[in-house]
Ligand binder design. Structure first.
Ligand code: KIV
Length: 263
């Protein structure tokens, strides 16, 4: 049976962790869902790991559509969440709907978009028209030039308060899931406890409802400096299938992330 937004929300209510892994093609999609991954994220991290770019800003709508089709082609269990690429949704709710509907038609079951309160109206517009949305806050790679680098967010009292308020507003606006990237573990825990929707963490500590990693990072294929939140699950595994299974078990049992992976 296919995982849905309702399944994820039910799992979170029952305090059962769920797992998210990025995915860009049919082969890894099948391996990942057979290993028990609940959500396959067609992330705009494909700009880095597939295209070799240094940011996510070059990823186009057509590329997300193509990779969403690839991931959806052989899967029948995992929920497919696809990123809305930079420039495809920020202009207006109408622009976001026109582009999100193409991503959904390509096989996604949910779209993810970056932004705090500025995205509230767009999230209402999409969700009221039948498109589930995961809101992404904290370190937002599409705002890299505004943020001045890939660094910890919400680490001052003021910025933490803004993130908490953003999270509550985005839930109220209809977001079905909230993703937090590279924020202090204590703040992510406070936000998770303040919401009734599930939270997905990456560099946000163990007390989120779910964890996500970039596929290439968890397979130890990271180029350059390994971020603190990454764990190489290929270590000690005899196959990719086993590495993904180990990731699923580590998240579900609460063994990943550990203190060494959080801020
Ligand atoms: O694009 C992506 O892979 C992401 C994750 C890092 C959360 O958004």
């Amino acid at each position: 049976m296919r995982t849905t937004l309702i399944t994820l929300q039910q799992q979170a209510r029952n305090n059962e962790k769920f797992t998210v892994l990025t995915c860009y093609d049919a082969t890894f999609a099948k391996i990942s869902e057979d290993a028990g991954i609940d959500v396959l994220l067609v992330g705009d991290s494909l700009g880095d790991v597939i295209k070799g770019d240094s940011t996510t800003l070059t990823v186009t709508l057509d590329e997300i559509i193509y990779h969403t089709q690839c991931v959806s082609s052989r899967t029948d269990k995992a929920l497919i969440m696809s990123d809305m690429p930079f420039g495809s949704y920020q202009q207006s709710p109408q622009q976001a709907f026109a582009n999100a509907s193409k991503i959904i038609a390509a096989g996604a079951h949910m779209v993810k978009l970056e932004g705090g309160q500025i995205m509230a109206e767009t999230i209402s517009f999409l969700t009221q028209r039948g498109i589930p949305v995961c809101a992404h806050i904290g370190l937002m790679p599409q705002s890299i030039h505004q943020l001045g680098g890939y660094k910890l967010q919400g680490n001052s009292q003021q910025s933490a308060a803004i993130l908490l308020e953003d999270a509550k507003l985005l839930e109220k606006s209809g977001a079905g899931v909230l993703l937090m990237e590279v924020v202090p573990a204590k703040l992510a825990e406070e936000i998770t406890q303040s919401l009734s929707i599930p939270t997905i963490g990456i560099g946000a500590g163990k007390n989120c409802s779910a964890q996500v990693l970039v596929l290439h990072d968890m397979l130890g294929l990271c180029q350059g400096k390994k971020p603190r939140f990454v764990k190489n699950f290929m270590e000690g595994a005899n196959s990719i299938q086993e590495a993904v299974t180990n990731y699923v078990q580590a998240v579900k049992s609460g063994h990943f992330p550990d203190h060494e992976h959080e801020y």
